[in-house]
Design a protein around this ligand. Structure first.
Ligand SMILES: [Zn+2]
Length: 202
């Protein structure tokens, strides 16, 4: 799929329609704040409409905003209904999709119970609306919906084997997570929700 390029530094891209009252209001706010923007009417640009659907769980929500760093602002109501911040074992305060928090808590508690808490150190983001690698040429990242978590990013960046403890990986898989370390272009910091479970597998 071809996607619109990221906007120039200091400006944003606003996806809108002719009938969108919120878009008109936002344009007024941006004008009075002196923030430059490019408006893309999704009724006229099917590629942009597809991108907006991807960012908003299948809905053509407008306005949707694309920032120069490849981050996206999805629909505020969706965020309010689905994104939660809770305090979890090892990681502390984490902001994720509500459906992921139970499984993430279970996995992290099992890591603690297995005596492996010291093998995980940093929380590097869960709910972060953006394209993969913040590049609009890529697909929209699962972090956009808060259903993937990055941990210990400093020693587990893309393309390397990384330092994830295999026992920790095993625990996360039992709790329904897919591990980026298994991918051909590895992403060992990354665990994403692959199945919704009430209890761990096996
Ligand atoms: Zn990730």
């Amino acid at each position: 799929m071809s996607t619109p390029a990221a906007p120039e530094a200091g400006t944003i891209t606003m996806f809108s329609t002719t009938w969108c009252g919120y878009c008109r209001r936002l344009k007024g706010q941006l004008d009075s704040a002196g923030i430059g923007y490019t408006e893309v009417n999704i009724e006229e640009h099917p590629d942009a409409a597809t991108l907006v659907e991807q960012a908003n769980g299948g809905n053509q929500t407008v306005p949707t905003i694309l920032f120069p760093d490849g981050t996206i602002a999805p629909d505020a109501r969706w965020v309010r209904d689905n994104i939660r911040t809770e305090t979890l074992p090892i990681m502390g305060r984490v902001t994720c999709h509500r459906l992921m928090l139970t499984q993430l808590r279970g996995a992290l508690q099992d890591v603690v119970d297995a005596g492996l808490a010291s093998s995980l150190t940093t929380y590097d983001g869960c709910y972060v609306p953006r394209f993969i690698e913040r590049n609009p040429e890529n697909s929209i990242s699962l972090h956009t919906w808060g259903i993937a978590i990055d941990m210990d990013a400093a020693s587990n960046y893309r393309g390397i084997r990384g330092t994830m403890n295999p026992e920790v990986v095993k625990i996360f898989k039992r709790w329904g997570f897919r591990w980026g370390g298994d991918w051909r272009y590895t992403d060992p910091m990354h665990f994403e929700l692959a199945a919704l479970l009430d209890a761990p597998k096996g």
